[in-house]
Design a protein around this ligand. Structure first.
Ligand SMILES: Cc1cc2nc3c(=O)[nH]c(=O)nc-3n(C[C@H](O)[C@H](O)[C@H](O)COP(=O)(O)O)c2cc1C
Length: 189
């Protein structure tokens, strides 16, 4: 049986990114189930603005889209900026326009698990924004989501999860993305 591949996209431009650590935990949850996981850190990707005036396609944008095309599931983890996702995260999502040229197009047939981190008391707005994008790209979102309010209280700078309940939710999200990706690819659970 071919491995189930899960691609993670997330993080921020901050030196210590809680949304990146949350993504790492969720991908670990998928890996524990046997998934082959690949993480794309927004900061390391460092993609230029998606610009229709330019014909230059960065190699990392191609690599990202090729990896997504090969994957059955994804996990996105974004920080909440001014009630939505950050510009850096949205720019990476803009580069998924390259998937228009793929068969099947965009995220057709793939499941996406969603995570967000916020400084304030709620974090769902970034998740809601990402849901719109997944739908626009013809994918499915996992009903279970992990919004992490007051992330600074939950995730240490070194990535340690200070809240066992949140850690469990993230590991479980990875597991559920794996299970759903397996089901969508026709492998019985
Ligand atoms: C420009 C900017 C805008 C922000 N806007 C919000 C916001 O609207 N609501 C909120 O709860 N936190 C807001 N925050 C706090 C971040 O969501 C929070 O620090 C988050 O954990 C950052 O994730 P990261 O550690 O991956 O960078 C904002 C932070 C920045 C830098």
């Amino acid at each position: 049986m071919e491995n189930i591949k899960i691609v993670g996209i997330g993080g921020s431009l901050a030196t210590h990114s809680g949304s990146l650590h949350a993504l790492q935990t969720a991908l670990h949850g998928a890996k524990l189930q046997g998934a082959e996981v690949k993480l794309f850190d927004i900061k390391e990707l460092n993609l230029p603005f998606y610009d229709l005036r330019s014909n230059v396609v960065p190699s990392d944008a191609k690599l990202l889209c090729n990896s997504i095309a090969e994957a059955q599931g994804l996990i996105w983890s974004a920080p909440l900026y001014h009630g939505t996702i950050s510009g850096a995260f949205k720019n990476v999502l803009d580069w998924l326009e390259l998937l228009e040229e793929y068969t099947p197009k965009y995220l057709t047939g793939k499941v996406v698990g969603l995570i967000s981190t916020a400084g304030g008391a709620q974090a769902l707005q970034a998740i809601n924004t990402m849901e719109y994008v997944v739908r626009a790209l013809r994918g499915f979102t996992l009903p279970m989501v992990v919004p992490i309010p007051r992330a600074w209280q939950v995730i240490d700078k070194d990535g340690t999860m200070k809240d066992a309940n949140v850690e469990k939710q993230l590991l479980n999200l990875g597991k559920e993305v794996f299970n759903t990706a397996r089901q969508l690819s026709g492998v019985p659970v």
